[in-house]
Design a protein around this ligand. Structure first.
Ligand code: AMP
Length: 224
């Protein structure tokens, strides 16, 4: 079977986590979400968590040396042999180049960078209402996707909270970091012919249908 090595791109609040949950099921790909890994490290109080915490709280990227090695190790693990779905990495050109180099060394390549695009004002609206569960990071919105019971995750019953970095002043900083540091890699992947764009303002089911069809086509093309 052909490999599916995929990267999800897009501003905070574009719906990457929501879509990843669905794609993980569709294609049985290991899902690697750097934000979730870092939040778990903060919750554990590990060295990584301690070093990452202040950057995350301020809405900045954590230093490359904390994250690149960790993610490349994940990608090289046996469970990612048939592919992976990366969310939150790469976040800048250095990370994109390092991922490419690691893949090349393994004689592999990225099949697609899936960009879910959403304008800034919609990002702000979505993120201020976002709530996540403390156990697995399942995502809700107080207006558009509320849980059945206030403050409780429908899926695993854990408590729902607002992420520290979802506070309205931090969102602006995260958006400017996205435009300055992460958006340049859209062009980087476009130049390499692997960029696929998706309209993230559509409803989650439509975005999912479009993503799933695109990935299925990629797999078919690769097999021909
Ligand atoms: P996310 O859940 O993807 O929005 O990530 C939350 C926070 O984790 C970001 O605002 C960054 O502080 C940090 N982070 C996640 N992924 C990376 C990365 N690839 N490089 C640097 N910082 C990251």
């Amino acid at each position: 079977m052909s490999e599916l090595n995929l990267v999800l791109l897009g501003p905070p609040g574009a719906g990457k986590g929501t879509q990843a949950e669905r794609l993980e099921e569709d294609f049985h790909l290991p899902y690697i979400a750097t934000g979730n890994m870092l939040r778990a490290a903060v919750a554990d109080g590990s060295d990584l968590g301690k070093q990452a915490q202040e950057h995350m709280k301020a809405g900045r990227l954590v230093p490359d040396e904390l994250i690149i090695g960790l993610i490349l190790e994940c990608v090289e693990e046996d469970k990612c042999r048939d592919g992976f779905l990366l969310d939150g990495f790469p976040r800048n050109t250095e990370q994109a180049e390092r991922l490419d180099a690691a893949m090349q060394k393994l004689d592999r390549r990225l099949n697609a960078a899936l960009l879910i695009d959403v304008p800034d004002d919609e990002v702000v609206r979505r993120i201020t209402g976002r709530r996540v569960c403390t156990k697995e990071g399942h995502v809700y919105h107080v207006e558009t996707n509320p849980p059945k019971h206030d403050g409780v995750c429908d899926i695993d019953g854990s408590k729902l909270i607002q992420r520290d970095d979802d506070a309205s002043d931090v969102i602006r900083e995260r958006l400017s970091v996205y435009h300055e540091q992460t958006e340049p890699i859209v062009g980087y992947y476009e130049d390499r012919g692997v960029l696929k764009r998706f309209d993230g303002t559509r409803n989650p089911t439509e975005v999912h249908d479009h993503l799933r069809a695109t990935i299925a086509t990629l797999r078919l093309e690769d097999e021909i």
